[in-house]
Design a protein around this ligand. Structure first.
Ligand code: NAP
Length: 485
């Protein structure tokens, strides 16, 4: 296993265009920071609009050839990349922790999760099907075929620097699409490593192009408006997603939008409170709370609310905060000072309005963007953190009376990505799951992420599904042939 200096030195830092590693057109550089210290780790190429155009040129040039490549061959590239990712998980995890901050064990879990999408879609590549039916009147036939959408633009966020990439790249490669990928400017190193792994796995030059840039708007804008682009898949904030949809409307691009969340976590009085607390720790603290799936607010039956709050506070208070590379650390830094400032502001707002910090509630002094794991009780209805995505290690707990009240509170948000439900009553479980306005539900479990399941949201959390049998469909067009027979 390499050390910190080695993984940074060895990571690719150039743009990957048409199968070649090259500097940005004007030689610009973008500094990458370690969020646990605020120190600079290294610099990567800072692309200009001409670089992005060259990347799209390469994707367009390769589209026909890649679409015509046998599905088994496309799948084998993904399978080899799955194996390489798994083999190099230790170094990749260390690199991810350095640029993103989460503890190494969590980075390693992300590498496993990311690799699973490559394996899953290596298997899906050979299962793209269509249909052939006899028309109702017996005259003629209907032939339905599935074909790749065409060149795609894939834009990913910083919170899962590798998995948000493989969740898009896997199905695009499997379907026979070429692509330009733009990782978040704060965490490009994991994506650049992934590009190198796919190159080594035999992906032909031009199928995957990676553009890193500090000016995402001006560099991506012309690509989104280029009529050769056929699809945009975006994971990030609702605000940016909505802006990109407007830009994409000119070209009527196929869209997948994986946007923000505000997950409710419901604990009914018939739940096993110990299990609910264990699930809450995962739903809240995975990725330091910086996940679209993070439990944003805990709605707990009045009769068990105190017990749940005390047990949750005990576990949250016992977490070790520190640099993600240190042994035994559970909670790393937030991504930057802005993100930490936003979390602090939401907590201050809630406390000013009457909430009580049972544990935590403050930033850590010193270098790095650390914030203490926090549990808030007596959270008033008008606290902003019940409505806004916290994206940090803060758990507000609120009591509820009836089941109807709980479901109404859960749905009282513009978002609809995921909800968590803890109950031991089967009928209630199904009733509540049917009533929740979300794309996903964790029933008696604190995590829903699974390469074999359709991940995605409703309402302001977006549309489209990643993973599962649905995932590849986002990269396929349906063509119908009316057959005269
Ligand atoms: P963000 O600010 O929306 O950025 C996401 C990506 O979009 C980054 O690569 C960013 O590049 C790029 N971007 C920003 N403005 C752009 C523009 N005008 N044109 C083109 N690209 C642009 O989101 P974030 O803060 O990185 O990520 C956190 C958000 O992502 C949260 O809301 C979270 O819930 C959501 N998320 C959703 C899912 C899901 O599956 N639903 C999964 C993970 C995260 P720069 O880095 O250069 O700004």
């Amino acid at each position: 296993m390499s050390d910190e200096r080695e993984v940074i030195e060895q990571a690719p830092k150039q743009l990957f265009v048409a199968g070649e590693w090259r500097d940005a057109a004007e030689g610009g550089k973008l500094a990458i920071e370690d969020p646990s210290t605020g120190d600079s780790l290294c610099e990567v190429a800072d692309a200009q609009p001409d670089d992005a155009k060259a990347a799209l040129d390469a994707a367009v040039e390769m589209q026909e050839e890649w679409a015509a490549t046998p599905p088994r061959d496309r799948g084998e590239v993904l399978r080899s990349a799955f194996e390489a990712l798994t083999e190099r998980a230790d170094d990749l995890a260390l690199l991810m922790t350095l640029e993103m901050g989460k503890p190494v064990a969590e980075s390693k879990a992300e590498i496993t999760y990311a690799a699973e999408f490559l394996r899953w879609f290596s298997e899906e590549a050979v299962r793209i099907d269509g249909r052939y039916t006899v028309n109702a009147n017996g005259q003629g036939r209907t032939l339905v075929m599935r074909q790749p959408v065409g060149p795609c633009l894939l834009i990913t966020p910083w919170n899962f620097p590798m998995a948000m990439g493989t969740r898009k790249i896997g199905p695009a490669v499997a379907a026979g699409c070429t692509m330009v990928v733009k990782p978040a400017s704060q965490t490009p190193l994991s994506m650049l490593e992934l590009a190198r792994i796919l190159e080594e796995a035999g992906l032909p030059g031009g199928v995957l192009n990676v553009v890193t840039s500090s000016s995402s708007g001006s560099v991506m804008g012309p690509l989104i408006e280029d009529d050769r682009l056929r699809k945009l898949s975006f994971t990030g904030s609702t605000e940016v997603g909505a802006k990109l949809m407007e830009q994409a409307s000119g070209g009527l691009l196929r869209l997948s939008m994986e946007l923000g969340g505000n997950a409710p976590f419901l604990v009914f009085d018939d739940a096993d409170v110990g299990d609910a607390v264990s699930g809450a720790m995962i739903a809240k603290m995975r990725n330091i709370g910086e996940a679209c799936t993070s439990a944003n607010r805990f709605h707990v039956a009045e009769s068990v609310a105190d017990e749940f709050t005390d047990k949750l506070a005990e576990k949250m208070g016992a977490l070790k905060v520190g640099r993600g590379t240190e042994e035994g650390v559970d909670v790393g830094p937030l991504i930057d000072d802005d993100q930490r400032g936003k979390v602090a502001e939401l907590v201050e707002d809630a406390v000013d309005k009457g909430a009580k910090a049972v544990v935590g509630g403050s930033r850590r002094d010193g270098a790095g963007y650390f914030y203490d794991p926090t549990v808030l009780s007596d959270v008033p209805d008008n606290a902003r953190l019940l409505k806004e995505e916290i994206f940090g290690p803060v758990a507000p707990v609120k009591g509820f009376g009836s089941e109807d009240e709980a479901v109404a509170a859960a749905n009282d948000t513009e978002f609809g990505l995921v909800a968590y439900v803890y109950t031991s009553d089967l009928k209630r479980a199904l009733r509540v799951c049917e009533g929740l306005q979300t794309g996903m539900i964790g029933l008696n479990q604190g995590m829903v992420s699974n390469a074999a399941a359709p991940f995605g949201g409703v309402k302001q959390s977006g549309f489209g599904r990643e993973g599962g049998v649905e995932g590849i469909g986002e990269y396929l067009e349906t063509k119908y042939v009316a057959v005269n027979l």
